[in-house]
Design a protein around this ligand. Structure first.
Ligand code: KIV
Length: 274
């Protein structure tokens, strides 16, 4: 007997088909409850390795492990119903060989039931992307600023600031599109370059700090909600949850300290003794 869900999630081919169509809306989420909210409005939920910064307070994404990604991927899948869930492959889980990449990506798909993985890198990763897609693993690429390479880049600076430095990034975009990626994140590149790449490749480009010229946009949820102490300068804040959460915690602490905290009688209708 086959078990089929009545709810159909978006798939990698659905997102691939959005080239030159309605812009792709994508946000990160790492938890079931935020995933449920994001799921109502987004086509794609990214379980980004930025969870290393946001959830664990690491300075970079380098320390993030495959186990961390799988745990939060499972939470996001439980919380969402409609969006395509893409789980980031963390640093060290795919660069050594295409076989290593397949082993890690297969674990992500089997253990989370997500619909695709994302990995960083262009020309150098093209062979790996082809190997994965030919074996049933949809891959979202990630070019421009690739935060997992922070130790060789030296800083999180925008890429391709001068026209003379565009060619390698354009080559990266073409290489991963030709290799079979169904879409690609372009991070922190100037608008004219993002536009040129978007016009050149046949798959949707999803920008983060890469202008409205892309086929879609992604942000880290906590950055756009005003919850991150250090969000990148390009992030438009759609909320100021940090101060709202602090005000709520302050009120709670005040209530507890002044014994104004409601007891169980408040809920159960019991009369306090004495
Ligand atoms: O890890 C992440 O959240 C990402 C986005 C910034 C695209 O890769």
């Amino acid at each position: 007997m086959s078990v089929q869900s009545a709810i159909r999630r978006k798939t990698a081919p659905d997102i691939r088909a959005r080239k030159n169509g309605e812009p792709v809306v994508m946000l990160t989420s790492y938890h079931a409850h935020t995933a449920a909210l994001v799921d109502r409005y987004c086509d794609v939920i990214l379980v980004g390795d930025s969870l290393g910064n946001v959830m664990h307070g690491f300075e970079t994404t380098v320390p993030v492990t495959l186990e961390m990604m799988i745990l939060q991927g499972r939470a996001v899948m439980r919380g969402s119903l409609h969006a395509l869930v893409v789980v980031d492959m963390p640093f060290g889980s795919y660069e050594a060989s295409k076989e290593q990449a397949f082993h890690s990506a297969a674990r992500i798909l089997k253990e989370t039931h997500c619909g695709a993985v994302k990995l960083e890198g262009g020309v150098k990763m093209a062979e790996t992307i082809a190997f994965l897609t030919e074996r049933g693993i949809p891959v979202m690429g990630h070019i421009g600023l690739t935060p997992q390479s922070i130790n060789t880049l030296g800083s999180f600076r925008a890429q391709g600031r001068e026209e003379g430095s565009w060619q390698p990034i354009e080559d990266d975009a073409r290489a991963i599109a030709d290799a079979g990626a169904f879409s690609m994140v372009i991070e922190a590149v100037a608008e004219p370059l993002a536009r040129k790449i978007t016009e050149a490749v046949a798959i949707p480009t999803i920008g983060i700090g890469a202008s409205a010229a892309c086929d879609g946009q992604v942000l880290v949820l906590e950055d756009m909600l005003g919850l991150s102490p250090r969000a990148p300068k390009f992030v438009r804040r759609y909320g100021e949850l940090g101060p709202a959460i602090e005000a709520a915690i302050e009120s709670y602490a005040r209530d507890v300290r002044s014994r104004a905290f409601p007891g169980p009688e408040h809920v159960y209708g019991m009369k306090p003794k004495g």
